[in-house]
Design a protein around this ligand. Sequence first.
Ligand SMILES: N[C@@H](CCC(=O)N[C@@H](CS)C(=O)NCC(=O)O)C(=O)O
Length: 200
Amino acid sequence: MLTLYHSPRSRATRAYQLLDELGVLDRVTVETVAIARQDGSGEPDPRNPHPEGKVPTLVHDGEMVWESAAIFLYLTDMFPEAGLGPLPGQKGRGGYLSWLAWYGDVLEPVVHFRFLGIDHPGLFRTFRGYDEMAARLVSTLETRPYLLGDTFSAADLLIGSTFGWLPQMTPDNDAVRDWVARVTDRPAARRTAEREAAMA
Ligand SMILES: N[C@@H](CCC(=O)N[C@@H](CS)C(=O)NCC(=O)O)C(=O)O
C-alpha cells in the first residue's frame, strides 16, 4: 500500500501533481494532513508519520520516504511507464539523480538564504551563491528545453515548482523563464490546483 501525506499549497503539491503526471492517482491513497505554516497558522498533524510533521511524506508498505527529491525518485522508479525519470542503466540516469540531489543540496538553501536576505562567506563556500545557481540553470536551459534534454522529467517538476512558488527568485533569463512557464503550466498542474481548491 502506498500513501502520500499531503497538504494543499505546500511542497506536497508537486508530489501530488507527480502522481497525476505518472497516471497513478488511483493506486495511491492521498491523506490530507495539517502542517505548521509560515504564517503561524496550523500545527503538525498526529496522523502524519513524518517525525517533524512535514509534508510530503510517502509511506510504502510501512516504510517511510521523506524529502521531496527522495519521494520523486522513489515514485518515478516505482512507476517507470510514464517515462518521467530514467532508470538505472538508461541514458540520463546520472543527470536525473544529480538534478534531484541538486534541488535539496543547492537550490533550496541558496534560494531561501537569498529570500531571507542571509549572506555569509561560509554559505558561499559550501553551496555557492544565487548567481552560480542561476548560471547552472541558464547554461543548461539555453541548450535544451528541459533539464535532461528534449523531454519533461520529474526533475523539471521538482526544480521548476520552486520558481512557481517564488517567481521573484527566477533567474533573469528568457530560457529559464520560458522553461518555468512550460513546466508549471501543465494539464496535471491545473488538475492538481482544482483538486486542492475542492479540498479547501
Ligand atoms: N526539504 C523538504 C521540506 C519539506 C517542508 O518543509 N515542507 C513544509 C511545507 S512547504 C512543511 O511541511 N512545513 C511544516 C513544518 O515545518 O512544520 C522537502 O522538500 O520535502
